[in-house]
Ligand binder design. Sequence first.
Ligand code: G1P
Length: 276
Amino acid sequence: MIKKCLFPVAGYGTRFLPATKSMPKEMLPIVNKPLIEFGVEEALAAGMDRMAFVTGRGKRAIEDHFDKNYELEDQIQGTAKEQALAPIRELIDKCEFSYTRQKEMAGLGNAILTGETLIGDEAFGVVLADDLCVNDGEGVLAQMAKLYKQFRCSIVAIEEVPAEDTNKYGIICGEEIKAGVYRVTDMVEKPEPEDAPSNLAIIGRYILTPDIFDILRTTPAGKNGEVQITDALLQQAKDGCVMALKFKGNRFDCGSLDGFVAATNHVYGRYQKKTP
Ligand code: G1P
């Protein structure tokens, strides 16, 4: 039912310098698959087949990744190596890709607003590729899409984090209406532990209703002088409804070195299990 998924991919990835000096951070591989490909697979598994990217300078490799590479493909045609391209070929066949550029780095809220031209007037998913979610059952976005069908309002994915980490995330609090499902009453972007309303952190998966764009247009710069999606969502929660879902699965913060290494080990372990 939700067809489009937005990928804000304009960020610099300074925590991974020098690797990200001339390469998009979203192209960093977890074993042999770029982070962004995991995100696109998760969106497709949730029924979203229109992938919309908000890019910036130096991000061409992402566009090239979701396109044919005639020379390479010609070279390996008919060899065993061709098999390695099967998953990305399937994605390219099944999805449509569109791109627009963010004019300035003015925060996640601004990046999402920039995507309005690709999304239009419909509910959509958002994937922050830095947050890698892997699990055996239903993907996180698919779990959220189910909840959307029921509530028809914006949804954020949440998990519990240690109290000292609240200043790395948007933090929500709300009324738990059934196991793992909260009606959001407050949300704060990266509060210090003493100011945090809970330890329930938003991870990089959202389903947003299109009225978010009008709210974002008038949302003033917040934390770190940037337009924050968390502030716009709080407005939606106050005016109507925003739900938060404690998702099932593993999530790795691949924007940090520790998370990246943990994700690599986890995914490598999964590969080994599949290989007899
Ligand atoms: C963004 C959001 C934050 C959220 C986080 C999830 O922050 O602003 O609310 O918790 O993504 O990864 P960023 O990590 O881009 O600083």
